[in-house]
Write a protein that binds this ligand. Structure first.
Ligand code: SF4
Length: 507
């Protein structure tokens, strides 16, 4: 019943989750060390006839149903192996943690701008960050460019030709990416394991142990390597991932449409439960096979005894993961500094982040991490102090205008930006010896290497400005009109920096 409910859901098109290499310690390893004990048969693909049928069914479905994606077209039509590998590599890096629909536009722009490794190697990090802005996980673009430089300078522009060498020689290329490039670009018969493949394989073989544990990850790699089609390894790997992205999706898998359902043990279990339920209805109960018990005591791949099969979940009993670590909670004060430029257009001051760490090298509004539990008044003061030190000019805390709070979730950080604004006179100049900074128009802001979080911050400021303008009024000030924050400003209105300099700091 739960399966029928699950099958009624819509498609989800997940991005890829690269899987880290498994650690050395294995749960299922032989107690004397050495070769790990083979997994129990129900968790294996051991029948060559079944494996052959699964490959054929999956590939036939892929040929019929695969999505038309630009990197697939390039991989299928590009005759040059290095260019082909580069095209696949870019797509694989972009697809890590990001949805296909989001990646397509970025990918097309990237390949238009840097169609070869050599072109990418000549780009600046600033250009890479600008194009990557909004895609998230910014270090991916940086590492991709560093690796391209390495291929050009140390490997004579030739991409390594095997998964093993790709992983060994290219920074930022892990086991999954190496396998994907080698199988799709060079036809190497090597498997891949990403988040979609984990889900599909765990369901196909009823693997209910923690799918992020080294023991399970090792087994899945073994399984992927054994299953991969020898004559069409790239297509087979893409087909397995495509199945996970479009049919065997996390919450509502479309089992009835699945091309490999006859090979799927999780599906078989659900079918048998349905038969059992209907027989029970007619007074003819038959025993349901116990999926948790594969016949081997303490099986390292079965669901733990404390979390047995739950009939209400159907096939979504698998895969299972250990509870996710809660993201770190952080608060950051940020200030939208703005002025009217020489042509009357509104401009914003942005500053560049350090070249390492979170959002390395990206531009942002001046920001400052806040200690937990800081009161609003104190937040204002520390931000004013920060701006004062940064600009070398006095800034009155009370003149910072509170905009609101903007929440952005990074992979491991729950970040809240406490947003203020400050209007400056147009002739403000900053000491170039301080952090790199520049004034940008709104249009320039959006084409700069700024994070999605900062775009949200600007949106909050623009929303507030729009509300102040009232319905029917434009938010842009006409050239030559008086700037906000003149010496006649009333209490509570925003002051310009020049006005701050004139404003008394005490009553
Ligand atoms: Fe996934 Fe269902 Fe297909 Fe099994 S039958 S592989 S659970 S979609």
């Amino acid at each position: 019943m739960s399966q029928l409910r699950a099958a009624a859901g819509g498609l989800r098109r997940g991005g890829r989750r690269a899987v880290p290499p498994a650690g050395r310690k294995r749960k299922g390893a032989s107690p004397r060390g050495g070769t790990p004990a083979p997994p129990p048969a129900p968790h294996l693909f051991s029948d060559p006839a079944e494996m052959g049928a699964l490959r054929r069914n999956l590939l036939a479905w892929y040929d019929r149903c695969k999505r038309d994606l630009p990197w697939r077209t390039l991989a299928a039509t590009e005759p040059d192996a290095d260019r082909r590998a580069y095209a696949v590599w870019v797509s694989e890096i972009m697809l890590q943690q990001t949805q296909v629909a989001t990646v397509i536009d970025y990918y097309n722009r990237w390949m238009q701008r840097w169609p070869t490794l050599q072109a990418l190697a000549q780009a600046s990090l600033e250009e890479v960050n600008e194009l990557w802005a909004g895609l998230g996980y910014y270090s991916r673009g940086k590492r991709l460019q560093e690796a391209a430089k390495k291929v050009v300078s140390e490997l004579a522009g030739r991409m390594p030709r095997t998964a093993e060498d790709l992983q060994k020689l290219l920074p930022g290329v892990g086991r999954y990416t190496a396998g994907a490039i080698a199988s799709i670009s060079y036809g190497q018969a090597t498997g891949v394991v990403d988040g979609n493949v984990i889900r599909v394989l765990c369901r196909l073989r009823c693997i209910g142990a923690d799918s992020s544990s080294p023991a399970v990850i090792d087994r899945l790699w073994d399984m992927a390597n054994a299953l991969v089609d020898r004559s069409r390894p790239g297509d087979f790997n893409q087909a397995l991932m495509e199945l996970g992205a479009t049919v065997c999706v996390p919450k509502a898998p479309l089992c009835r449409e699945c091309p490999v359902k006859q090979h799927c043990q999780a599906w078989r279990r659900v079918e048998k439960e349905l038969v059992f339920a209907s027989q029970k209805l007619f007074g003819k109960p038959t025993p349901v096979p116990d999926v948790e018990d594969c016949g081997v005591g303490d099986c390292p791949l079965c669901p733990p005894a404390t979390e047995p099969w739950d009939s209400s979940l159907g096939v979504t009993n698998f895969p299972r993961k250990a509870a996710k670590k809660q993201p770190r909670v952080e608060r950051t004060a940020t200030c939208v500094l703005e002025r009217r430029g020489c042509h009357g257009a509104l401009e914003y001051l942005i500053v560049q982040r350090p070249s390492s760490g979170l959002l390395a090298g990206l531009w942002e509004f001046p920001s400052l991490p806040l200690a937990q539990g800081l009161q609003e008044e104190k937040q204002r003061e520390v931000l004013a102090d920060h701006l004062r030190a940064w600009m070398g000019w006095p800034v009155v805390a009370g003149g910072l205008r509170f905009i609101g709070e903007v929440v952005h979730i990074f992979s491991h950080i729950h970040q809240t930006y406490v947003v203020y604004s400050l209007h400056l006179d147009g002739d403000v100049t900053l000491d170039p010896a301080l952090s790199p900074s520049r004034w940008v128009t709104e249009e320039e802001f959006h084409t700069s290497a700024v994070s999605t979080a900062m775009k949200k911050v600007l949106k909050a400021r623009e929303k507030q400005r729009g509300e102040e303008s009232g319905p029917g009024k434009g938010s842009k000030r006409k050239k030559g009109t008086k700037l906000q924050g003149a010496s006649t400003a009333r209490p509570g209105t925003q002051l310009s920096l020049r006005a701050f300099l004139r404003a008394p700091t005490s009553p």
